[in-house]
Design a protein around this ligand. Sequence first.
Ligand code: FNR
Length: 347
Amino acid sequence: DTPTSSRKREHLNICCERSIEAGDAGFSDVRLVHSALPECDMENIDIRTRFLDAPLESPLFIAAMTGGHPDTMEVNRLLARAAEAYGLGMGVGSQRAALEDPTLEESFSVVREEAPHAFLCANLGIMQLRDHGIEWAERAVEMIDAQAIVVHLNPLQEAIQPEGDHDAGGCLEALRHLCTESKVPVIVKETGSGVSRAVADAVRGAGASAIDIGGWGGTSWAAVECLRATDSTLADLGEAFLDWGIPTVVSLAEVREGGGPIIATGGLRSGIDIAKSVALGATLGGMALPLLKPAMQSEDALFAAIDAVHRQLRVAMFLTGSATVRDLGRARTYITGKTRQMIETTD
Ligand code: FNR
């Protein structure tokens, strides 16, 4: 295994077996305003939506997770089957490992084989984009015949990873270049620390078509790296930053005003959290860990998890009188507690 490849496998195992969630992404401080008079038929609620001009059967998005090690192939195969069967958008994990070692491409291309019609997003870290240029981005898109490319930002993980890259200079310029040259839309995504208004403005200014919040509160790379660390200095550093980042709900409030579609990811744990995200301005709600765990078990377990999310989403839509996802986008919310305090200090 290359170091990048064996890290992919290690990440999957740690995420499934250990406790690696950061805390509260803010959803417990958000309540959708209940409608005692829904005036719509729950059986006919329409959860279809559109993202970057593509029709999707649901606002549930399968967030970027894996590929890059032979052992990750089965997980990607099942996630892709779900994307195809349910008409969901899906991201693959960082394709760096396969760009370094083409024998690993199959662990990604399996996704397109299983999901010939799905909206698929390629994935590359901004540091790799800066270092290897748009040639890598184009190869990543071709590898899975993607409709869009996600450029992920992960300065926290780079800072505390033993093999991390600590020089983040030149990344915005590399992004601008990609946005100018790319044949597919570019989505910029954080990986667990959220996007501020300033960063959203910068990446939109560079030409990004959409933003994936990747907020604090769900899967924590500080926690994962802390558990991977073999030397205690790095483990201590990871631990000190467990609490670092913008919670998903707060980041959503920071980012929503600038326009353009948003994927809310980071700590969404139910169909109700997806409904809350849409009401707060997101186009889609992404889930990683809640789908990874059943996908490591079986296709049935994964499909049952998606059914449960959709059932909750439909009931939440019914109880807010939202016959369509567009209606849900206009649903009112109450925001309380720490989340409200943070949103009020975002000026
Ligand atoms: C991820 N995530 C991720 N994101 C990304 O842009 N590129 C990547 O390669 C990965 N890899 C990855 C592996 C595993 C095992 C997990 C669980 C997650 C981050 C993911 O897309 C998402 O932003 C966060 O996990 C937050 O969502 P959850 O897990 O709280 O629902």
